[in-house]
Write a protein that binds this ligand. Structure first.
Ligand SMILES: [Zn+2]
Length: 175
């Protein structure tokens, strides 16, 4: 066996303090890797900075959120359903996620934990799982976020916990 370098890129060795630990679904639609044509990116950037916020130059909702919050070193945990494992799955899955959260916080000391659920999530069986009832899906997700948030606030009383619901128009915070 031999090892062949396939990519050159300088990566910082410096340790960091995390701004936030973000629990996000791995669904690529909500962290879109597509790149806009440079001219379109420029046009979107100008309009965005002029205050027309629907022309966000980012294509990825996750990156747009990270930029909006001015996070410099977020830790992102991606798993099926995002925060789903904390509210809707068995103790085994919940403890596995909790273990990852503890580890991330011990290593990088994030003061905030961000939990995300999204509409049309395959981990819930998609929108159809709610019988074409958007209000049923919304109710389910808001209830789940609330349960997951309460659970984490008990586990980590000194952390700020943010609850986010993503849809195809952006992000909403549960307050
Ligand atoms: Zn999902």
């Amino acid at each position: 066996m031999s090892l062949k370098r396939i990519l050159d890129l300088k990566v910082s060795r410096e340790h960091y303090q995390s701004d936030a630990l973000i629990i996000w679904c791995f669904d690529e639609r909500f962290d879109d890797y597509r790149e806009r044509h440079p001219l379109m990116h420029l046009l979107f950037s100008v309009l965005f900075w002029a205050g027309i916020k629907r022309f966000n130059p980012e294509t990825s909702l996750l990156r747009a959120y990270i930029r909006q919050q001015k996070f410099r070193h977020p830790d992102v945990l991606k798993l099926a359903g995002g925060a789903k494992a904390l509210a809707f799955e068995g103790e085994g899955n919940r403890n596995a996620l909790l273990h990852q959260i503890w580890k991330a916080i011990r290593l990088h000391g994030a003061p905030r934990i961000v939990l995300m659920l999204h509409v049309d999530c395959g981990a819930f069986g998609g929108s159809q799982a709610f019988g074409d009832d958007p209000s049923g899906e919304m109710k389910n997700h808001l209830g789940g976020l609330s349960v997951a948030g309460d659970f984490l606030r008990q586990e980590f009383p000194d952390k700020k916990v943010d609850l986010l619901l993503a849809d195809f128009n952006g992000l909403c915070a549960l307050e």
